[in-house]
Design a protein around this ligand. Structure first.
Ligand code: ZN
Length: 172
């Protein structure tokens, strides 16, 4: 039978896939074959990423919003920040709990952040460089930093052995 988690073809009587998917309970468990148990489970950079998504990033956004009247007095901006924070917390929670759909949701989250940063970069160019150069450059730098951050984390989830051992596969 095909593993619903990693698509590996297993013998019909298999109880658990190599990736750790447990057929009788239909949940992710510890794989039976694990050559490096120290690089498995939510720890290291993976744990740091989960903490960032569930606590640090949302907290930072809220603090930034409170300190910036252009955001705190703009209803649409507040709704946007709350939506992003919700998406971030939800994704971090799925990863932390090693849910089978966590990487799928994470991919959506990365694409979402990537699109936001691209829109932000276009927005930066809408701010006039001649009349408000500092704001324009500041905004451009912030969005560029976000793009780089998404790229680095996407690469981590593509390459990390811990991610593969924990989720049975990498991001892509
Ligand atoms: Zn599997």
């Amino acid at each position: 039978m095909d593993c619903p988690n990693c698509r590996l073809v297993n013998p019909p009587d298999a109880e658990r896939c190599d990736c750790g998917y447990d057929f009788p309970t239909a949940t992710r468990k510890e794989p039976y074959t694990n050559n490096d148990p120290s690089l498995s489970g939510v720890g290291g950079w993976l744990l740091f990423f989960c903490i960032s998504l569930t606590i640090l990033d949302p907290l930072y956004s809220v603090i930034q919003a409170i300190g910036d009247p252009r955001i705190s007095q703009n209803g649409l901006a507040i709704v946007m920040i709350l939506c992003i924070a919700g998406f971030s917390i939800y994704t971090g929670f799925l990863l932390r709990k090693v849910r089978p759909d966590a990487l799928k949701v994470l991919k959506g989250y990365f694409i979402f952040l990537f699109a936001l940063a691209c829109i932000g970069i276009l927005g930066s160019f809408a701010v006039s460089f001649t009349t408000d150069t500092l704001t324009a450059i500041e905004s451009l730098a912030t969005q560029a930093a976000r793009l780089v951050s998404v790229a680095i984390w996407a690469l981590y989830f593509k390459k990390s052995r811990r991610v593969r051992n924990t989720f049975g596969r990498n991001l892509f």
